[in-house]
Design a binder for this molecule. Structure first.
Ligand code: 7TS
Length: 411
C-alpha cells in the first residue's frame, strides 16, 4: 500500500507557503515538482562525478559517461524501445519535434505532399510542420475535433489521404487532457504509407508508454513534466528511419572523422547529440524514472482519476463555472479547463494565487485550437499523483470567492 502522506513528503516544495497560504500546485501539465531523490541525484552528480562524458579517459569522465549511457538504456526499457540506439536526448519535446521536422520531413516532403495534424496541437507540434510545409510549398491538413475536444475516426480517415506523408498528433492534449486514439491513427496512417510522429509530452507522465505497441515512428517527451529537471527531453525514433536521417545540429561528439572539406558522422544515437549534453538533467531523469517505476503507473492513474472525478463533481456544482472539454474520465488524464463566468482567466489565476493556488491561464500554446472553439483563453488545473482531495477543497473554496473579488455576486 502506498502512503499518500509519505509521497507528499518526498516533494519538499509542496511544504512551502505562497502568499501566507500552503502551496496548492495544480499546474503539473506545465511542469511537475521534483522529489528529493531527483534533487539529491543532481546534487550527487556535481559533488561526486561531474565531468564531460564521452571525452575523457579519466575516471570522472568515465563515470559521467556511464551515468549518461545507463540512463539511455533505462529510457529505452521505460518506453519499450527495441534498442538504446533509438533513444536521442534532446533539450525537450520541442527540440525533439524540430529534429524530426528538419532531419526527416524536410528531406522527404515535396510540394505535392501533405502533413496531417490535429487542430488541438500544442504550438511545438504545429509550427515546425507549418514551417517545413511553407518551405516545401506543401499543405497542412487539419483534423478537427468536436466541441468536447474529441477526434472522431471518420475525421481521421478523411484527413489522412494518399497524399499524406506525415501525421503528427499529441497522445494526450494539453488543453483538455483528452487521450487521442493514437493506435487507430497509426494504423490508418501506415495503411496510406505515412509515418506518425506522436507528441507524448502529456502522456508519458501519466500512462505506461510502449512505443512498439503504439507502432509510433517517432515519439517525443520532456523530462520536466515527469519529475525530472528541465533541460532534457527524449526523441524515440525507429532505427531504420533514424539511420537514414541527416544530423540536426553539427559540432563536437557527433562525428566519426572530420577533414578539411568533409565530415562523416558518428553512429546512432550520437550523430544527433552535438556538443556537451545536459548530464545533470539526464542523471535527474534516471532518478525520476526510478521514482515513477517505484510507485507504478497503476497508482498514478488511480490517483489522478480519483482527483479528476472529485474536482469535476465539485466544479459542476458551481453555477458560475463553465467547464470545457469532455468530462468522460475514461478518456482523459487529470486536466480540467474552465472559466469563471464574466472573469478573465488571468484575473481568476491571479486571485487564486492569493490563496496559494497555482493554476495556468491563457491559450495554453494552442491558439488555433482556441480559435476553433471560439475561445480566447481558459483557466486550467492539472494534477499529478501527489495532489490531494484536501487541496481540491481549498481550490473550490477559493473559486467560489473569485466573482466576489471582482465585484460580482456568486451563485
Ligand atoms: N507538447 C505538448 C502536448 C505539451 O503540453 C507541451 C508543453 C509541449 C509539447 C512542449 O513541451 P516542452 O517541454 O518542449 O516545452 N506544454 C505546456 C503546457 O501545457 N503548459 O506549459 C507547457
Amino acid at each position: 500500500m502506498i502512503n499518500k502522506e509519505e509521497i507528499v513528503k518526498d516533494f519538499p516544495i509542496l511544504d512551502r507557503k505562497v502568499n501566507g497560504k500552503k502551496l496548492v500546485y495544480f499546474d503539473n501539465a506545465a511542469t511537475t515538482q521534483k522529489p528529493l531523490s531527483v534533487i539529491n541525484a543532481i546534487s550527487d552528480y556535481y559533488k561526486i562525478y561531474n565531468a564531460n562524458p564521452h571525452r575523457g579517459a579519466h575516471t570522472l569522465s568515465v563515470e559521467a559517461t556511464e551515468a549518461y549511457e545507463q540512463t539511455r538504456n533505462k529510457v529505452a526499457k521505460f518506453i519499450n524501445a527495441r534498442s538504446e540506439q533509438e533513444i536521442i536526448f534532446t533539450k525537450n519535446t520541442t527540440e525533439a519535434l524540430n529534429l524530426v521536422a528538419y532531419s526527416y520531413v524536410n528531406n522527404n516532403l515535396t510540394s505535392d505532399d501533405e502533413i496531417t495534424i490535429c487542430i488541438t496541437e500544442h504550438h511545438s507540434n504545429l509550427i515546425p510542420w507549418q514551417q517545413i510545409a511553407i518551405r516545401k510549398g506543401a499543405k497542412i491538413n487539419y483534423m478537427y475535433v468536436d466541441s468536447d475536444g474529441i477526434l472522431s475516426v471518420d475525421e481521421i480517415k478523411n484527413k489522412i489521404t494518399d497524399k499524406t506523408k506525415v501525421v503528427c498528433i499529441a497522445h494526450v492534449t494539453n488543453t483538455f487532457g483528452i487521450v487521442n486514439p493514437v493506435e487507430e491513427i497509426v494504423s490508418i496512417a501506415h495503411e496510406k504509407g505515412a509515418i506518425v510522429v506522436i507528441d507524448g509530452a502529456q502522456s508519458t507522465p501519466h500512462m505506461k508508454i510502449d512505443v512498439q505497441k503504439l507502432d509510433a515512428d517517432f515519439f517525443a517527451f520532456s523530462g520536466h513534466k515527469m519529475l525530472a529537471p528541465m533541460g532534457v527531453g527524449v526523441l524515440y525514433g525507429k532505427k531504420e528511419l533514424l539511420k537514414n536521417m541527416t544530423p540536426f545540429l553539427y559540432g563536437g561528439d557527433m562525428i566519426e572523422y572530420v577533414s578539411e572539406q568533409t565530415t562523416t558522422f558518428a553512429e546512432l544515437p550520437f550523430k544527433f547529440e552535438a556538443g556537451t549534453q545536459n548530464v545533470e538533467a539526464v542523471v535527474g531523469l534516471s532518478s525520476a524514472i526510478d521514482y515513477i517505476e517505484k510507485i507504478g503507473y497503476e497508482y498514478i492513474e488511480e490517483q489522478e482519476r480519483e482527483l479528476t472525478e472529485y474536482a469535476l463533481e465539485k466544479l459542476n456544482q458551481i453555477d458560475d463555472v463553465i467547464i470545457y472539454g469532455s468530462k468522460n474520465i475514461e478518456n482523459k488524464v487529470g486536466v480540467i479547463s474552465f472559466n469563471v463566468k464574466d472573469v478573465h482567466p488571468h484575473d481568476t489565476a491571479t486571485i487564486l494565487d492569493r490563496y496559494g493556488i497555482a493554476i495556468r491561464s491563457g491559450h495554453h500554446c494552442a491558439q488555433p485550437f482556441m480559435k476553433h472553439l471560439d475561445l480566447n483563453s481558459t483557466c486550467r488545473i492539472s494534477f499529478y499523483f501527489y495532489n490531494t482531495k484536501e487541496e481540491i477543497d481549498i481550490f473550490i473554496d477559493a473559486i467560489k470567492k473569485v466573482r466576489g473579488h471582482m465585484g460580482y455576486g456568486t451563485k
